[in-house]
Design a protein around this ligand. Structure first.
Ligand SMILES: Cc1cc2nc3c(=O)[nH]c(=O)nc-3n(C[C@H](O)[C@H](O)[C@H](O)COP(=O)(O)OP(=O)(O)OC[C@H]3O[C@@H](n4cnc5c(N)ncnc54)[C@H](O)[C@@H]3O)c2cc1C
Length: 423
């Protein structure tokens, strides 16, 4: 068994992590695992999943749990990009009426069952929570506690004097949260330890096709020349899909940069489990912003917003936030609650990351047209943490059985772009 390292967070959170999370390479295939057999060769189906964000991790987990021999290749660290810096907010029915409704519903429910299986509340801060929308105007200096006119709907820690019009937009039945990085790392640890997933740190350069059988995947080639043979390849490269030629010649995936801060208030016990979606009026009279505030059971409060189109840098670790956007989020914190003001809360993180966005706003999930055994799963935009589990489960079914039963993947078929783009 590979050595594990334990990362400790505020009690009771602790999670056993494989050495990948220390950015070293591990190779581990448990001998006790039964793999799905390739009908032609009678060898285990070997599948390479490229990208260790939430989508790649969920895909690797469900593939391996269902019997495939899986290698996951990640160029930086597991959940080191958006999947580690997201809010981790989950909603059952917020996508209802649109093409991702069934994906979101299936995924919300899968999050619940994964949490039961992996002790989610302890290992990655899974919990249900209430969700409010409210309007707030920026208060620049001292934030006097709001007066008697404050709504009884507002939890007491939301004491910003300008907070108004609170509305319940989610309940413990319909909204929940995870700490996204702990979620992805817990899942991959389980996949390594119980289902034999092998993790390789390296950059995937290209996918090679069979010489004998035209249009069939043979292997992936990493930077430096290492070749990993495979029966199937899943490309889950998030916003870097747009930089991978095999994908970028078919469709566009762009990156939308968004900022976040993580605060540690002195008295976390006062912060109730309420996610907040704000209409926020800056003091300079600019147009209202829509930052989000997520208290976490770790005692942290996560705040995100301030997005802009920007080119995605090659290395996820080179992504840094704009100082003015980080300052704006700190002003949001100050305007929402005196407990989140400078001096009352420690700033634990100031960060930025990229949402993977497609031209039609829908994820791209399916087999690439014309390449047998090469699949893609990307473009989840602002709902990748929610939709990771159902994407992974559906992708596992598609790769291993030829058809996804858990979700109808036809709206997400990459072939929808082919008519418009010549290869
Ligand atoms: C501020 C913010 C808040 C968010 N909040 C939420 C939320 O509350 N709820 C929700 O559901 N979603 C949320 N999201 C969206 C969510 O974070 C994304 O949709 C999701 O993380 C995308 O996952 P991914 O695996 O596709 O991409 P990523 O997390 O970007 O992972 C892609 C991985 O691929 C690797 N990679 C790229 N190229 C290569 C290569 N050539 N070889 C090897 N590896 C490679 C990268 O290093 C990276 O680790 C938020 C996003 C942001 C930015």
């Amino acid at each position: 068994m590979a050595a594990v390292t334990t990362v400790r967070l505020s009690p009771p959170f602790s999670v056993s992590l494989p050495p990948i999370l220390r950015r070293t390479q591990i190779r581990k295939i448990s001998t006790s695992i039964r793999f799905t057999m390739d009908s032609q060769t009678n060898h285990p189906k070997r599948i390479v999943v490229c990208g260790g964000g939430v989508i790649g991790v969920c895909t690797a987990y469900f593939l391996a749990k269902n019997g495939a021999a899986v290698t996951l290749v990640e160029k930086s660290s597991i959940a080191g990009a958006a999947s580690g810096k997201a809010g981790g907010f989950l909603a059952l029915d917020w996508c209802d009426g649109g093409p991702i409704s069934s994906l979101a519903r299936a995924s919300f429910n899968l999050h619940r069952s994964l949490s039961e299986e992996l002790d989610g509340p302890k290992s990655y801060g899974y919990r249900t929570l209430d969700t409010l929308s409210l309007t707030i105007s920026e208060t620049l200096n001292e934030n006097p506690p709001s007066s008697g006119s404050r709504s009884s709907k507002l939890p007491s820690w939301i004491d910003g004097s300008t907070a108004r019009s609170p509305r319940t937009i989610g309940t413990v039945e319909t909204t929940a949260q995870v700490h996204p990085q702990l979620f992805a790392r817990t899942l991959i640890s389980k996949a390594v330890e119980s289902y034999g997933v092998e993790i390789v740190i390296g950059k995937v350069e290209r996918v090679e096709l069979e010489e004998k059988e035209e249009g069939r995947v043979h292997s992936v080639v990493l930077e430096g020349g290492r070749v990993i043979e495979s029966n199937a390849v899943v490309l889950a490269l998030g916003p870097w899909s747009g930089k991978f030629e095999l994908l970028s010649c078919l469709f566009r995936v762009s990156g939308l940069k968004a900022h976040s801060i993580v605060l540690e208030p002195k008295e976390p016990g006062l912060i109730t489990p309420h996610a907040l979606f704000l209409s926020y009026y800056p003091s300079n009279g600019g147009k209202p912003l829509d930052p989000e505030v997520y208290p976490r059971p770790t005692g942290e409060v996560y705040i995100c917003g301030m997005s802009a189109e920007e080119d995605v840098p090659e290395d996820p670790e080179q992504i840094i936030g704009k100082p003015e956007s980080i300052q704006a989020l700190k002003r949001v914190a100050c305007s929402v609650s005196s407990h989140l003001r400078e001096g009352e809360a420690r700033v634990k993180a100031e960060q930025a990351c990229f949402l993977p966005c497609t031209d039609d706003g829908l994820p791209i999930i399916g087999e690439l047209p014309g390449i047998n055994g090469c699949y893609v799963a990307t473009g989840h935009s602002c709902w990748g943490i929610l939709n990771g589990p159902a994407t992974g489960a559906a992708m596992a079914e598609l790769v291993l059985k030829g058809r996804a039963a858990i979700v109808d993947l036809s709206p997400f078929n990459p072939a929808r772009f082919v008519k418009r783009t010549k290869r």
